[in-house]
Design a protein around this ligand. Sequence first.
Ligand SMILES: [Zn+2]
Ligand SMILES: [Zn+2]
Length: 268
Amino acid sequence: MLSDFHIHTSFSGDSETPPRDQAEAALRLSMSEICITDHHDYGTREMSPIDFTLNFSSYFPAMRALQAEYAGRLRINIGVEIGLMLREKEYLEALEKELEVDYLIGSSHFIDAIDVYDRTFYSGRSEKAAYRRYFESTLERVRLMDCFDSLGHLDFPIRYGPTKNKNYLPEDYMEVIDEILRVLIRRGKALECNTAGFKYGLGQPNPHEKILKRYRELDGELLTVGSDAHKAAEVGGSFNRTAELLKRCGFSYYTVYHARKPEFVKIE
Ligand SMILES: [Zn+2]
Ligand SMILES: [Zn+2]
């Protein structure tokens, strides 16, 4: 079983699952390690009814206690899913240097001060234009921001668009996507394969298999895997079919992070 490097707990504004429940779920699946990556979308309090700001002073002690409790049975890594926003660049880059974590996911959740989850992100323009805006904004962010290890769930607006992925073709945006992948590779960043797309009924992870394949063709090697579980039943979601999919895309290894350093693990 692949190690799940994208797990939320009740420290995230949108999850009520106690951290211990997530660890127990991973143990039941015989995972050797996991990384808990609770949300920190700093500067979005006015943009969302949910507070996605992480309380570090309670988060870290709780995570360290959990690590100790499971030592020898399950390696628990500590991470954060950082919401990338250019307006917070200075703050996020200072924070990144300060945080003693194993792994940082950088995700684009808010675009032009709107949550991509929100219907208004898709109103007043075509779905394709909304998706394009997402990719373009993400490109700008990965070009200018350095405060993360892996780019989270690229192409995830297709979970929320009016027709979801019914009319979605990665090819329609490939020149922007290609540039995102090239920037990641050049800068030594990983791409995340986020399996929550399956749970949303999309029949694909985020990003799409074609994008994962393209990343590999471009010589992209650093690839992390996460379920984006907000509930215990979602830990390791669709990991078996994802392992097959990744092999099909040309990957023999995926990547885990310890103290912000990548390590390759063979995909069994
Ligand atoms: Zn996310
Ligand atoms: Zn997440």
